[in-house]
Design a protein around this ligand. Structure first.
Ligand code: CA
Length: 498
């Protein structure tokens, strides 16, 4: 097995620090860290792993632009998601789960590394996400979930949308994945000039279907383009087949599958079997096909008797793209959507399933940032300790050993700016981007304070009546800004020179 640290310049990763015995203080700090990390979570984890006599498998099913209100089990009345509903009943449904940024690239960088994108160079004031003319990607020195799990020789596969760099040195196979099958950036990129305007046509017809030739997006196997334009009508089905094939061929060893659907990001496409299957137009058809796909993955795990030893997470990379009207999703009761730091942009429908997870509805805070630490705890691997991490171990709450999440705060970043902070039930906004799409961010003349427990829709500003809370959250913002002052420079904005 390829030792992951040497696959690229992973300078100063944790073992280096651990072995620096000459540096007494560092070693003492390590001992302290080690002792602290040996409390409840690690013990629990070990027993879980031992009961199955094998490290648990992990599957992350990540959708693109799916809103908080788009699944039946999160309240949608016209989209049917029986497989996800069953998954939520058998597992844990998390109602306050956040992504690291309200758009694709930085959100994915947060999930993969457990670090706010401002730290890892994937947040930029100049560009929102990576594009086909981008020269950059997730820096090589960042440590991904796949690389963490490679400490225990996990088989790893990325299937679907990547969007952390399409050049060879940034693709999944350079970031700890054994294989990659999917489209390297968004499915609306490489637009062919002269094709119908999706925004215009989609507003007229909830069932409008683009021609796949309007988007010259490549489908890749590892670092090779195998189809262009990708046939997006069959893409969800083919991702599913690849995912099932990977699980079957690795059933006898620990594996990590990252299945990142490129839908329901516009343009919307579904297999003919699903066209017209919902009352919600093509958007609903797309979600129902993704639901079918989830069912295929979970049934494969049951059939192979891997369900008790596999943790599956379902989530979305950001909120719904509201400017596409019926072709965008719904944030349910949450305010605004994709591109904003209101709840609709960053709170996503999330389900954990499998293994020893205790079924229930969790109204505590969690984040995709926490997956790397949680998976490390459950697998007995380590996350980097030579850099600042923003990841909490959620395994004690997943396993029912506690009802409290270790995450009690969240910082809302986008485009290299801190917009808001949440502590407990309180959220303070200092910057806002207007509700739909990518309008200019506005610095508020005075902050706005919302109680997210009694006011989930961020409607009733409590700034005037809670001065002490405002002061406390302002102090948190100042402390967090100071803490990220040593962040990596913008690695997202560089363009390929022509
Ligand atoms: Ca997205």
């Amino acid at each position: 097995m390829r030792p992951f640290i040497t696959t690229k310049r992973k300078a100063n990763f944790y073992f280096h620090t651990i072995l620096s015995f000459g540096h007494g203080i560092v070693f003492l700090l390590f001992l302290l860290f080690f002792c602290l990390s040996c409390t409840a979570p690690k013990i629990a984890t070990t027993s879980n792993a031992l009961s199955n006599n094998q490290s648990p498998n992990f599957v992350v099913i990540f959708t693109d632009d799916l809103g908080y209100g788009d699944l039946s089990c999160f309240g949608n009345p016209t989209i049917k998601t029986p497989h996800l509903d069953r998954m939520a009943t058998e597992g844990q449904k998390w109602t306050q789960f956040y992504v690291a940024d309200p758009v694709c690239t930085p959100s994915r960088a947060g999930l993969m590394t457990g670090r706010y994108p401002i730290r890892n160079g994937m947040s930029s004031a100049k560009r929102v996400v990576l594009f086909p003319d981008s020269a950059g990607g997730l820096p090589a020195e960042e440590v991904t979930i796949a690389e963490v799990l490679k400490q225990k020789n996990y088989a790893t596969a990325a299937v679907g949308k990547w969007h952390l760099g399409h050049l060879p040195e940034y693709l999944p196979i350079a970031q700890g994945f054994d294989s990659y099958y999917g489209i390297p950036y968004s499915n609306d990129m490489d637009f062919v000039k002269g094709s119908p305007n999706y925004r215009k046509e989609g507003k007229k017809d909830p069932n409008f279907l683009a021609n796949i030739s309007a988007y010259n997006v490549p489908l890749m196997q590892d670092a090779t383009i195998i189809e262009r334009p990708a046939d997006q009508n069959t893409i969800t089905r083919r991702y599913t087949e690849k995912a099932v094939e990977f699980i079957k061929s690795n059933k006898n060893q620990p594996f990590f599958l990252y299945l990142a659907h490129s839908l329901p990001h516009i343009p919307l496409f579904a297999h003919p079997d699903f066209i017209g299957s919902s009352k919600r137009g093509i958007y609903g058809d797309v979600i129902q096909e993704i639901d079918w796909s989830v069912g295929q993955v979970l049934q494969t795990l049951r059939d192979l008797q891997l369900d008790k030893n596999t943790i599956v997470v379902f989530s979305s990379d950001n909120g719904p793209w509201l400017s596409f009207h019926t072709h965008g999703g719904s944030a349910g009761p949450l305010r605004a959507g994709k591109g904003t730091t209101f709840e609709g942009g960053q709170r996503v429908p999330t389900i954990f399933w499998g293994g020893e997870i205790k079924p229930g509805i969790i109204d505590e805070m969690g984040s995709t940032l926490d997956l790397i630490n949680t998976f490390a705890a459950l697998s007995g691997t380590s996350i980097p300790n030579d850099r600042k991490m923003d990841s909490y171990d959620l395994s004690p709450i997943l396993l029912g050993q506690t009802s409290k999440s270790p995450r009690v705060e969240f910082h809302y970043w986008t485009r290299a700016k801190l917009h808001a902070v949440r502590s407990g039930k309180w959220k303070l906004h200092i910057l806002q981007r207007e509700p739909i799409n990518y309008g200019k961010a506005v610095k508020l003349e005075r902050p706005e304070l919302y109680d997210l427990e009694t006011d989930i829709s961020e409607k009733y500003d409590k700034f005037d009546t809670e001065p002490a809370k405002v002061a406390e959250l302002k102090a948190m913002i100042a402390a967090h800004k100071a803490d990220v002052a040593d962040a990596m420079p913008d690695n997202l904005a560089a363009r390929i020179e022509k």
